[in-house]
Design a protein around this ligand. Sequence first.
Ligand code: NDP
Length: 247
Amino acid sequence: MGKLDGRHALVTGGGTGIGRAIAVALMAEGARVTVTGRRAAALAGVEGALAVTMDVTDEASVLAGVAKARARHGPVQICVANAGIAEGASLAKTDAQLWRRIMATNLDGAFHTIRACVPGMEDWGRVIAVASIAGLKGLKGASAYTASKHGMIGLIRGLAADNLGRGVTFNALCPGYVDTDIVTENTARIMARTGMSQADAQGVMVGQNPHRKLIDPEEVAGAALWLCSDAARSVNGQAIQISGGEY
Ligand code: NDP
């Protein structure tokens, strides 16, 4: 028997990287998991999960996606708002379109997802936003991303304050650099911009984690699993770092 037997978890961006690791970890504890994202092919690779395509930037798409998930597995009890994009740019290069794309995905996307899922949580629920260490400090060269992640943590803290004593908790996870497609894409961008080798370009990100290692998606999943456990029932409104030692 898993600790989450019968619970319904919905993980946005659940087809890849951190979201996928969280989905797999939740299934291993017996949860019925819905994974969502825009690419059906990525979602299809998560064996055992219900795949629902939806775009978190579009509220109607999120409402339709959550309704599909609910029709199969009942109300969502664990909501993991993980979908996100990481595009770093200087202020001069952050035009209004880039700003809006980052906000629409990271911040509006978390809001749409959480707002669609929370009404199904009665006396028990877990809302987890995958924010970033950039939600707690300024990330050089990525002010829009930093603002979006600070916003996600603000949303979580406000919701925790609004929902005290209901058995529903709201927390954020704040990873440092994690070994996923985001790091691969950033590595390619740094190589294109600077002419660095792949190892050196990746080293720029590795060097920003205090322990000088990339973090595994499973490490973030472990923290998510703990937040879903009964032991974490009094942990609410927190921004938990998985960063290799940032403080
Ligand atoms: P991935 O690129 O693997 O995951 C991002 C996921 O978000 C993809 O599955 C993608 O699916 C989904 N997504 C993006 N845009 C949308 C959209 N508009 N609608 C629906 N889904 C969308 O990278 P990670 O696993 O690393 O990223 C997951 C989260 O972790 C992000 O919020 C990121 O900011 C955060 N994070 C990552 C860190 C890292 O170093 N990797 C560090 C700190 C935080 P699809 O494209 O199919 O829609």
